[in-house]
Design a protein. Structure first.
Length: 500
């Protein structure tokens, strides 16, 4: 087991050093097919079933660029306030690893499709930090290795490895920041906030599902330290493929404290990749980090250059949706949400679902209650993301409408939602099939009230003597007798009438 490195107290780190960050975010695009072939671009599947000679790197197989991926790349670049290249091309990035069947990755090197942009990121206290973007370039994803045996799940110590090339060739956009200086004590927070804002932006553009847990959005966090009063960047490390917002923040913080302890002890930082351990919130060494020269880039001879017309660029610019943070402010004002309520919606990944439910006719408070409370609980039980639940905003809005018009009680409404989640059909079908509609017929309710009063004469006498609070026991009995389908308000009115 690898020993945990020594670290320096975070406050002392800040007294002695200034952090410098560099964030590289890889985004898998949601195109129907892969970047250079016609194979399906879908997550999962039986290993090596979404492959062909092109993405397997077979001799003589020729690639063809996915036009939708180019459009998505340009939309991302424009949303990040980047310049869009008038002419760019692909390059071969050469390195050997089993998950690269061609022994090179088709990427972009010195001529990216988008460059020189920025993203203004809002921090927890409402202040803004501008993250300058170096480039956003197109490339293809690699396959996946499964190392079997050993204690760590990594290649070292494994008995053997399995390779799945379903992911090989999936369209990727790599978004690279310029060095981020001046973050100080807020460096970990800035890193998390940037990745969060980027994820929201990409989701709003509908170019990726940005599922960090499935690897469709991954962050490589570069960290180095400068002694106070100096301006020369220190040696950086790159913590690879960090797959949650919380982990991005923790990885940056840990590397700052580890670097400082090494430097203060007279050691030197090795330029290398690192791997983040979720269980310990620490990193461990990977491989020595290559430089650009090590990859022996050269232009890809099998693909023609890309020269998007200025008319196309401007059409895409005009079609960009409102930035998510602007939309959130509008929603907050329209719905009268507090900052905390809005933050809870965002953190629960429920804002878009609630908004769609409101658009389908539900009141904001009702829609928010359904998604943030009951449906969030069901998502945890089913081990699914909220958006993956088999219920639509329109169906939630219909259930809400049935409650509003008195057809359902809240308890019955939850049973209807359970039926929809179980695949029993639309809300009205579930109501009919399960017999869940509220009993509001006075004759049926009166009979149930009379029966309950006769069964509890002492309670009935209390009500007749003016102790109206005692009616709750009779209401409960009627609700039980009607399996929760009675209109409780009307039941209470009938009890008072019968006892007057």
């Amino acid at each position: 087991m690898t020993a945990i490195a020594e670290v320096m107290d975070y406050d002392e780190v800040l007294e002695r050093y200034d952090p410098v960050l560099g964030l590289e975010v890889h985004v898998e695009l949601n195109t129907n097919t892969k970047m250079f072939c016609g194979c399906a671009n879908v997550f999962g599947g039986e290993p090596n079933t979404h492959v062909c000679p092109v993405c397997l790197g077979m001799p003589g197989a020729l690639p063809a660029v996915n036009g939708k991926a180019i459009e998505s790349a340009m939309r991302i670049g424009l949303a990040l306030n980047c310049e869009i290249a008038e002419w760019c091309r692909f390059a071969r990035k050469n390195y050997f690893y089993p998950d690269m069947p061609k022994n090179f990755q088709t990427s972009q090197y010195d001529e990216p499709i988008a460059f020189n942009g920025y993203l203004d990121v809002e921090l927890d206290d409402g202040s803004t930090f501008r993250v300058d973007i170096e480039r956003a370039h197109m490339e293809e994803d690699t396959g996946k290795s499964l190392h079997v045996g050993g204690a760590t799940g990594r290649i070292h110590g494994a008995d053997y490895s399995l390779l799945d090339y379903n992911r090989a060739g999936v369209p990727l956009i790599e978004i690279v920041t310029k060095p981020l200086v001046g973050t100080g004590e807020r460096a970990p927070e800035v890193a998390r906030a940037y990745v969060a804002a980027l994820r929201d932006l990409l989701r709003g553009l509908d170019v990726s599902d940005v599922r960090m847990d499935q690897g469709s959005l991954r962050c490589d966090a570069n960290v180095s330290l400068m002694p106070k009063g100096t301006t020369e960047f220190g040696t950086r490390t790159e913590t690879k493929n960090v797959n949650s917002l919380r982990s991005v923040e923790r990885a940056v913080r840990y590397e700052m404290t580890r670097h400082a302890a090494v430097l203060a002890g007279g050691g030197t930082i090795r330029q290398e990749t690192r791997h983040f351990d979720e269980s310990t919130a620490t990193t461990r060494a990977g491989r020595v980090k290559e430089t650009a020269e090590d990859y022996r880039y050269f232009p890809e001879p099998d693909l023609v250059p890309i020269a998007p017309s200025r008319e196309w660029v401007e059409e895409l610019r005009a079609s960009l949706p409102e930035p998510p943070w602007v939309r959130r402010k509008t929603i907050q004002q329209e719905w009268g949400l507090t900052d905390l309520e809005l933050r809870d919606l965002v953190n629960a990944d429920a804002l878009d679902l609630v908004a769609a439910t409101v658009d389908a006719g539900a009141k904001p408070d009702d829609a928010r209650s359904w998604w943030v409370s009951y449906l969030s609980q069901q998502a945890k039980v089913l081990n699914k993301e909220l958006a993956e639940l088999p219920i639509t905003p329109a169906q939630v809005a219909r259930v809400s409408a049935l409650v509003a018009d008195g057809s359902l009680t809240n308890k019955l409404a939850r049973a209807v939602v359970d039926g929809v989640l179980a695949g029993e059909g639309e809300p009205d079908q579930v109501v009919e099939q399960r017999g869940l509609k509220v009993v509001s017929d006075d004759s049926a309710l009166t009979a149930a009230v009379d029966e309950a009063l006769a069964a509890q004469p002492d309670v009935a006498e209390k009500i007749r003597s003016g102790k109206v609070a005692a009616a709750g026991a009779i209401v409960g009995a009627v609700m039980k007798a009607t399996k929760g389908q009675a209109d409780a308000k009307r039941v209470r009115e009938l009890i008072i009438e019968r006892c007057s």
